[in-house]
Ligand binder design. Structure first.
Ligand SMILES: NC(=O)c1ccc[n+]([C@@H]2O[C@H](COP(=O)([O-])OP(=O)(O)OC[C@H]3O[C@@H](n4cnc5c(N)ncnc54)[C@H](O)[C@@H]3O)[C@@H](O)[C@H]2O)c1
Length: 248
């Protein structure tokens, strides 16, 4: 039997990068996967995955919108009967120092990276309780939940918030069989970092003692471990997946 057979997972931001890689790994390991993304192109990914024999649906979702998140969970349950795993992954970066950051940009990053996690987790937990089952929440933090870098005033503020929100949720729900964890990836080769210059990327490579940037599959496999019963005593942590970035 596959590790996630009979499990239902929502992946937000599933249309690209870490979300796409993780959705694919969940599907390969037997889960039914709900691909939530603001981008309509994610419909094609869902169609392709279904053509390959996997079980997915696409639900167009703006993760910063409460009505959309409520509908996302509703449609998941309508299609697959339940929810077991919420991977609150969608996120953006607007690279600006504090002094160059406009208030609208600050708000946008807060909404997409932090308000979204509050909403996704809250509606997932409501559903877990309704089912009377446990469940697993995995939130997307970053090494910038733990350490700063110039130019990340809004991003690091949201990712730091994700870390403490995850601890808070773990304190509130772990007794009821619901685990809540966050991941803290280092720099991973996805479209999110495409905007960085080669010079910045070379400097970033040097900040990872392992001597390279990460691959999406390396994050996806860790998310699956955290979502699995192998991680049954793990809750409240923010786990670095960072080639040593935060170790030095
Ligand atoms: N790539 C990295 O180096 C890295 C490192 C640490 C943490 N992260 C985090 O991992 C997560 C995924 O990043 P990625 O690198 O895969 O990025 P990405 O840009 O490749 O993918 C992000 C996805 O989120 C979707 N999205 C954006 N805004 C949305 C919204 N309002 N509602 C729904 N979907 C929305 C996009 O359409 C896209 O499909 C983010 O939270 C990011 O902060 C990434």
């Amino acid at each position: 039997m596959k590790r996630f057979e009979n499990k239902v997972a929502i992946v937000t931001g599933a249309g690209s990068g870490l979300g796409e890689a993780t959705a694919l790994e969940f599907a390969k390991e037997g889960a039914s996967v709900v691909l939530a993304d603001i981008s309509d192109q994610t419909a094609e990914l869902s169609e392709k995955m279904n053509a390959d024999g996997y079980s997915t649906i696409f639900v167009k979702t703006n993760v910063a919108d409460e009505g959309d998140i409520a509908k996302l969970v509703e449609q998941t349950v309508a299609k697959f009967g339940k929810l077991d795993i919420m991977f609150a992954n969608a996120g953006i970066n607007i690279e600006r120092t504090l002094e160059n950051l406009e208030t609208d940009d600050w708000q946008k990053v807060i909404d997409v990276n932090l308000k979204s996690v509050y909403l996704s987790d809250r509606y997932a937990i409501k559903q877990f309780r309704k089912q009377g089952t446990g469940g697993v929440i995995i939130n997307s933090g970053s090494i910038h939940s733990l350490v700063a870098r110039e130019g990340l005033a809004a991003y690091a503020a949201t990712k730091g918030g994700v870390k403490l929100l995850t601890q808070q949720i773990a304190a509130e729900v772990s007794r009821d069989g619901i685990r809540a964890v966050a991941i803290a990836p280092g720099y991973i080769k996805t479209p999110l970092i495409n905007t960085l210059s080669q010079e910045v990327i070379d400097n970033l490579v040097n900040l990872h003692p392992i001597g390279r940037l990460g691959e999406p599959i390396e994050v996806a496999r860790t998310v699956l471990f955290l979502a699995s019963d192998d991680a049954s005593f793990i809750t409240g942590i923010t786990l670095p997946i960072d080639g040593g970035y935060t170790a030095v």
